[in-house]
Design a protein around this ligand. Structure first.
Ligand SMILES: Cc1cc2nc3c(=O)[nH]c(=O)nc-3n(C[C@H](O)[C@H](O)[C@H](O)COP(=O)(O)OP(=O)(O)OC[C@H]3O[C@@H](n4cnc5c(N)ncnc54)[C@H](O)[C@@H]3O)c2cc1C
Length: 397
């Protein structure tokens, strides 16, 4: 990690304490600046914040505002977690993305050959393709089972966008990093770049709350419940302002300062993600920490995760979710009961309508805006990664 040495102490205001804002704050403090973080809500972590729920037993547990998985090479995120004092041992479950994780029970030899042909083809073209190519177009030689069970699964979990619309360039970039990067080595072990990392505890406790304590321990200020209504007041008090809000709020704050940029942000499209937390009997165990599920409109969840907070607690994930909360919840519970053969009780269903950008082939993401005394970070600004934690963190470094 390259940390630029400071040319003079500056007073830096950071608007937003999501993962991008906190990453920017940590780096600014490391570079010797005086940092103040303003967060409109009472909690840290933005879209990846912790939420409290009550289980059917009456027990209160802390879960995530949507189940997350770290798919591919999340190097900067892992580095940052350790900077603020996270011990990676035991907080992330490593799940190699083997075919066993996916739905391959009904595959024939033809399917395995088709998968090998597709992967070798992508490798030979250096994991690149012309802009505008969709993941579907990249996968013409895939058999229908390879398309559904592998490509669609990976595409939805990495890009939150279905293959017919998803950007082939971004998809191949994520796969390239996943296949070709070195393993990530840390004090307690190593993660292969193609491991899926599943948080074993709520995400808030792995980074946002540690980051806040670390920042305050170094003299930075973290002000919760303080919404920044306009940039002007901050610009007179601080030498540099970092806008780390979601895109729609950044467009509002910057409409007067950078109207073209703000207009490009207002044109962005988003995709929803739904997480249905459900309680199975306490003696039920998923065979793996995460299972891919056969899915369609009637059976909308693509994945189910075992949560560690209570026995039998599950998180079903619907990427690129469509439809209303109640319908999704009912369909997912019926799907889960049929597939897993257990009774399920709804615990909490979270639908984030603007969970990520639509990572579509023609979408041009807004440029990383840097003006005198002002910069913008977040998971939506142009960069090699899709709208993810790693994308948010990288934008801020
Ligand atoms: C349900 C769900 C599932 C997801 N799954 C995954 C996954 O599996 N893997 C993955 O890598 N990513 C996943 N993501 C995406 C990931 O959570 C986001 O990409 C990331 O959290 C974005 O971080 P950010 O800091 O850019 O923005 P945000 O998290 O949106 O943070 C912006 C912050 O700014 C604050 N704010 C807004 N306006 C103001 C204001 N005027 N003044 C002060 N503060 C303000 C907000 O309250 C918020 O805290 C998922 C997202 C969701 C919602």
């Amino acid at each position: 990690m390259l940390i630029r040495k400071n040319v003079g102490v500056r007073r830096v205001a950071i608007i937003g304490a999501g993962w991008a804002g906190l990453a920017a704050a940590v780096r600014a403090v490391q570079a010797g600046h005086q940092v103040t973080v303003f967060e409109s809500s009472r909690s840290l972590g933005g879209r990846a914040r912790a939420v409290e729920v009550t289980l059917p037993s009456g027990e209160r547990v802390t879960l995530d505002n949507g189940q997350h998985v770290l798919l591919g090479a999340y190097r900067e995120t892992l580095d940052l977690m350790q900077t603020v004092g996270a011990d990676l041992t035991g907080v992330l479950t490593r799940l190699p993305v083997k075919l066993a994780t996916l739905q391959t029970q009904h595959w024939t030899v033809f399917d395995y050959v088709s998968l090998a042909r597709v992967l070798v083809g992508w490798c030979l073209r250096g994991f690149s393709c012309p802009q505008g190519t969709t993941v579907l177009a990249l996968s013409q030689s895939a058999s229908p089972r390879v398309m559904k069970d592998v490509i669609e699964s990976l595409c939805l979990s990495a890009l939150n966008t279905a293959p017919a619309a998803a950007s082939g360039q971004v998809f191949l970039r994520v796969l390239k990093d996943a296949f070709l990067s070195k393993s990530y080595v840390y004090a307690g072990g190593k993660y292969a770049s193609f491991d899926m990392l599943i948080p074993s505890v709520d995400l808030g406790s792995i980074f946002p709350s540690l980051a806040s304590s670390w920042l305050q321990g170094k003299g930075a200020r973290v002000r919760l419940g303080e919404r920044v209504a306009s940039l002007q007041a901050l610009q007179s008090e601080f030498d540099h302002v970092v806008v780390a809000t979601p895109p729609w709020e950044a467009a509002r704050l910057l409409r007067d300062v950078a109207p073209d940029w703000a207009a490009s942000v207002e044109r962005l499209l988003y995709r929803a993600i739904a997480t249905v937390y459900a309680q199975a009997p306490a003696d039920f165990e998923l065979p793996k920490p995460m299972l891919a599920l056969p899915s369609d409109a009637e059976h909308p969840a693509q994945f189910v995760f075992a949560r560690r907070e209570a026995s039998g607690l599950l998180a079903f994930v619907v990427s690129d979710a469509k439809g209303e909360r109640e319908t999704l919840e009912q369909r997912v519970l019926a799907q889960g009961e049929a597939k897993l053969g257990v009774a399920l009780r709804a615990v909490s269903t979270i639908v984030e309508k603007r969970a990520t950008l639509a990572c579509t082939a023609p979408t041009k993401r807004p440029a990383k805006l840097v003006l005198a005394g002002l910069s913008v970070v977040g998971d939506y600004v142009d960069g090699p990664y899709p709208s993810t934690l790693e994308g948010a963190v990288r934008s801020a470094l």
